[in-house]
Design a protein around this ligand. Sequence first.
Ligand SMILES: Nc1ncnc2c1ncn2[C@@H]1O[C@H](COP(=O)(O)OP(=O)(O)OP(=O)(O)O)[C@@H](O)[C@H]1O
Ligand SMILES: [Mg+2]
Length: 250
Amino acid sequence: MSQVIAITGKGGTGKTALAALLVRHLIKNRKSLLVIDADADTNLPGALGVTAEKTVGEMKEFMFEQRDKMSPDTDKERVLESKIYEVLTETKHYDLLVMGRPEGAGCYCFANNLLRGIMDRLIKNYDITIIDTAAGLEHLSRRLIRDVDTMVVVTDGSRRGLQTAERIRDLAGKLSLNVKRMYVAANKVTDENRETIKRYAAELKLELIGAIPFDAGLARLDMEGTPLVQLGDDSPAVKETGVIAKRIGL
Ligand SMILES: Nc1ncnc2c1ncn2[C@@H]1O[C@H](COP(=O)(O)OP(=O)(O)OP(=O)(O)O)[C@@H](O)[C@H]1O
Ligand SMILES: [Mg+2]
């Protein structure tokens, strides 16, 4: 059974950091893993210490340009599917797919419609898929990935972070996305904000799955541009990510 975990939340709360640390955790458990960077800003490869040459966005662009040039009998879905496999960056422990920049001005519904089926099939090839998303809810409404087992909404100590979590939950309901479970993970937690976050989460009836401490070592690596996967086992953020992974059932 393949399991899809999507990391969402307000900008700058630590989605990419949590995604990278979950990958760091999972590469030890020998399951096949697909990692998707669904943020146009594409920060996840850097956090993982991997470079990705091409993006899904470029392949959609290619389909957009070729659309009228292809003969009517061309199986366009197969063409795009083979392009998507070209884009996949294979590493020793996982495959990485970078979605890339958002579409230009044209109508990409055609490519997006093809892509939905392709993504469904691709994800089924792996035991676990981890998706790092962009802040904001736009990626949800495009519904390129329809079935999510666990959505983790990352929040920091701000009330707005939790309000975003509430909005994401409501939107997922409105769009009839197939999200089986939704949790909130608090990040950059300090002794000062720990209780407030717990209280806010309870008020909003959001299930708190973990509280990742503010981790000066993590912040330092990010500042230097060193991949976060290089954090040691003693890092507080690494330890709490292990707890979160266990609660998700990874
Ligand atoms: N637990 C933590 N302790 C200290 N700093 C952290 C922690 N988690 C994240 N940060 C820092 O917070 C900043 C934002 O983190 P990150 O890029 O992971 O957030 P994001 O939600 O992915 O942002 P965006 O919305 O831009 O994609 C980074 O500078 C990162 O180093
Ligand atoms: Mg990010």
